[in-house]
Design a protein around this ligand. Sequence first.
Ligand SMILES: [Mn+2]
Length: 322
Amino acid sequence: MKHVFEKLTNIFNKYDNYVITGHKNLDLDALGSSLGLYRILKEKNKEISIYLEKNINNTSVLKALEKLKLYNVKINFVNEEEVFKMDSEKTLLIVIDTHNLNLLDKPDMFSYFKNKVVLDHHIKMVNSLNGNELTYINSRLSSMVEFVSFYLHHLNKNVSPIVATIMLAGMEIDTNSYNIKTTDKTYEVGSYLMKMGANNIDKQTLLQESMEVYKKRQDYIKNSYMINEKMAICTLNEEIVLKKDLAQIAEELLQFDKVEAAFAIGKVSESSVGISSRSVGTIDVQKIMLKLGGGGHKSDAAAEIINTTINQVKERLYEIIN
Ligand SMILES: [Mn+2]
């Protein structure tokens, strides 16, 4: 990755203004890696900001933002209005943790800015965003936190303990507690973040969830079952849920004996059904999701199908598996 870091540094040196954005429904990996990058760019004493969506619903992210305030870490967060007042020619837009236009909270941002860098670790899609300055997509990375941490290391820079904590939590989320997409590099980053002062108590606070939410998920999990010797499925009811909830259910099913791949199916909008899949690594769920029009990683993939029902998606999944 050294050559990428050098390339990035050269690009960054050409600009005085930067704005960083993660994907919509910001998570701790997008936020943590943005904060790390912010720290890298901040050093240069230039204008730097992180775009935040209006209605953040991820409680971990909300807690992280509170923690930053509490520990007096000043970050220049900006909203939509402020972003569209920026100089569109001179500001470098950095998109991190996604390369899908539809996953940006404000897709117009991408066409607004002339100069762009795209950094991601999700499997490359056909219609991926293209940064004119640089597009770097590496699906071998566990998370964008992993990438940014190595970049920090390369530059010999430190982040504050609370930022290190948020980053560590982000990596933990993206790897489902070091179970998927985890390599020796991931642990190296974990060690590096701990050395910078990442705090396990704060990290746990960030990752804690509401008891109500947990109980509800367990109700679904109670109704899950094995479809064959190695695969488990959970189908939700007609209620609309977030895609990340499906992902979490699929992830949790992996902890059970004999389960090598897991699927969760539920309504993600009035007119579409989402399916999220996870595997311990022995079954390529990406291949299965591709057949449903989706994509992802070997051990972490998803699809969204319009004008269908949960039952139809389940039937289609059975066909593909058989
Ligand atoms: Mn990520």
